[in-house]
Design a protein around this ligand. Sequence first.
Ligand SMILES: Nc1ncnc2c1ncn2[C@@H]1O[C@H](COP(=O)(O)OP(=O)(O)OP(=O)(O)O)[C@@H](O)[C@H]1O
Ligand SMILES: [Mg+2]
Length: 359
Amino acid sequence: MNKCICNKLNVSSFLKFLLLWIQVPDIKWADIGGLEQTKRELQEMVRYPIEHRGLFEKFGMQASRGVLFYGPPGCGKTLMAKAIANESGANFISVKGPELLNMWFGGSEANVRDLFDKARAASPCILFFDEMDSIARSRGGGGGGGSSETSDRVINQILSEIDGIGGGKTLFVIGATNRPDILDPGIMRPGRLDQLIYIPLPDVESRVAIFKANLRKSPIADDITFEQLAEVTEGFSGADITEICQRSAKNAIRDSIAAGIERQKRVDDGELTQEEADALPDSVPFITRTHFEASMSKARRSVTPDVVKQYDDFTAKIKQQWSTTGSSDTQYSIDDAAEEQRREDSILEGESDGDTAVM
Ligand SMILES: Nc1ncnc2c1ncn2[C@@H]1O[C@H](COP(=O)(O)OP(=O)(O)OP(=O)(O)O)[C@@H](O)[C@H]1O
Ligand SMILES: [Mg+2]
């Protein structure tokens, strides 16, 4: 019977079925260390249109259609997209770029339409394009995976679907990439994924928060603090820190198992009765400084300073291009701006008068 079904389903449509599984992920804000400002911005962007739809109508505004997360690998882009879906109670459809291209080789546009239809039907819904650079490389430049013609068609269809979002359905698109420099600029045009959010390597406070988030269910000894750990992990990504935590816990587990074997040996040798052995205090109740040190000795920074510089350069370029986006610390006043403009005009007038006099 099963064999029969498998034969009818080809591998590609089966994968497609799995991939389009609509879910609410189980990642919570508490699982993400740091990035407090990003969390706040995202909450406003995604939750407001869902929870305060009436206000958007009242003020004659359309909610933002989407954001693009960019930044070095392992710093929480995918995690953040999942958390916002969970916290806003929206449905979540996650599509990975490379899988999407391979699978949809052929009738691609129809499949993109299908994907957006499914997302609209599951409204409120977050449609997440992970590793977006592999589908949305600059058009005409060749796509990752499939032929360039296929990927161009896929991008065009995605762009036109994003343009068509509206019509009263709450659909929010999130893209994530660690190669924003090769992404098709059309994706980031106003009205599309026009909110660019940089998710950088964590600073010291974020690292404290990442250690806390990773170890919040783990018993930690008094001889080490999260602050000390954060201080010595400058340049480590969230994923690198997670690895340190996991390896430290594994060291403690290994020591616990060894202590248990040792205790049992003493019982077998007749040194202790089973009752006495069971009554002994736990010899490895915590993850200790030694466990962390053993883990740190093997730790590595997966993102090099050169790579960080490339992101900083990209961010500076974007800031220059979109100088009005992003928050400014100084208060803007229309009266002050008008005064400034008048001053500039009068200087220019003075200059042109001077030119005339010389002539
Ligand atoms: N801010 C963070 N707080 C807690 N854990 C984190 C954080 N950032 C990264 N991690 C850990 O690193 C792993 C990888 O993070 P994630 O998949 O979100 O990275 P990414 O930015 O999407 O990377 P890539 O660009 O490679 O897709 C997570 O599963 C988590 O264990
Ligand atoms: Mg990711």
